[in-house]
Design a protein around this ligand. Sequence first.
Ligand code: IMP
Length: 498
Amino acid sequence: MQILSEISRTFGEYLLVPNLTTANCTPEAVDLSAPLTRHPVGESAQIRIAIPMVSAVMEAVSSPRLAIAIAQAGGLSFVHQNQPIAQQAEMVAAVKRNKAGFRHSEINIRPTATLAEVAALLEQAERDIAVVTDDGSPTGRFLGLISLRDFHPQRHDLNAGVETRMRAKADLVVAPPTISLSEANTLLWDQRLDVLPVVDNQGRLASVVLRRDYELHKRFRNESVDDDKRFRVGAGVNTRDYRDRIPALVEAGADILCLDSSDGYSVYQSDVLDWVRSTYGQNVRIGAGNVVDGRGFRYLADAGADFVKIGIGGGSICITRDAKGIGRGQASAVLDVVRERDRYAGETGEYVPLCSDGGILQDSHMAIALAFGADFLMLGRYFARFEESPSALVRVDDQFFKEYWGEGSARARNAARYGQASGLLFEEGVDGYVPYAGRLDENVSVTLAKIKATMVSCGSITLRQFHDSATLVEVSHQSFLQNSQDIRLRERPSGGRT
Ligand code: IMP
């Protein structure tokens, strides 16, 4: 038995002390891009993201819709693995069917459906326009568009068919699949369109170009896309069925995989990494974890992991520390692993990116985690609050919440992640709610603005500079308490603390 001499600390126990801000150090100059895959020191990683955020490998978080929204913002999503292989592969394929600017149409309806049905569909999806195809599928024969502006319950019989009120193809501007994105955007603006349907020469719908995506592109500019401009997406895998799951995910187009386990310092992860390298060489990129110290990092880095994920017990829905007495404060864990990562880079010339996973309760914790040396952050609670997350929106009294449950809860029954038999004898996560926060792009813009402002105060315009030059200080128990009291006083009943 040994007892580590240092105390296990979390991000909220530190503050950043400003460094000199020079004239070229402005929020506009800050580059938040981060590597996702291991690479020789001094070279660029094969896969990078423009913002250091990825979404958690969780059923309540990473759906195709959220994955597209994150990729548009410049991050990446990892579709969860606690589901049948074919279903997970289909989710990955659904994201990959979308090219930046050209979307696979999500809201589609048959012409024979009733106006009541289209109204319900639009309400449920929180959209105001649907595409009409002969079979109601995203690749059916394109017939027209119907929006909430085309009918009104008080003026029109809701039992009438969609075809009675839709704007038919003959009256619409449509584009051929050969159109470039900039030509499509010109058409959108010249013709004052909200949606431009792209239709092939058999008359089938190929994709749609949305005015909203143009606005998003101008705001974020650096979507996560592959060489064919398709959105990037990651996928979780486990140490049990990987021989079947990984080929299906690779076939579906997953850009990167991530071993999803609460404790990744195991021979099972090494076996999966060996199998991936012997089967695919470097053509399949895969991260591993989770670990909380330098030994775990070294083991997985030696085994060939593309990135290593840090964190046990810090997740907002996590009760692993209560259930098993295992874990480590996230700040201490990141600090220890970063030191080992830097030693490893010095010895081998290989830089292995680090992902800090879980325990981000406020936006300021993101800046602190990055200052500690994490390359990017995996977030569950943060993304679960947004419109695009897959969980249900519920109203309690006058407030809206989204459901959010842990992968180790009885609801998820993710036995593979927790190394339990399929029955899940005991829980390691809770099933609860998080305050609804609206659209992802709006929230992420604000969070990024805060991180950039912090970096500017600390005199850094890249994450590497930030890590190398950040000055951190531990917060005393007293100032910690005062700070928390202050937050309690300011917190409005409807507000989530971010
Ligand atoms: P959050 O961002 O603090 O909500 O943490 C999300 C992270 O918690 C995930 O990426 C997982 O690593 C971890 N996690 C997910 N489900 C559970 C669970 O049921 N128990 C413990 N940890 C979990």
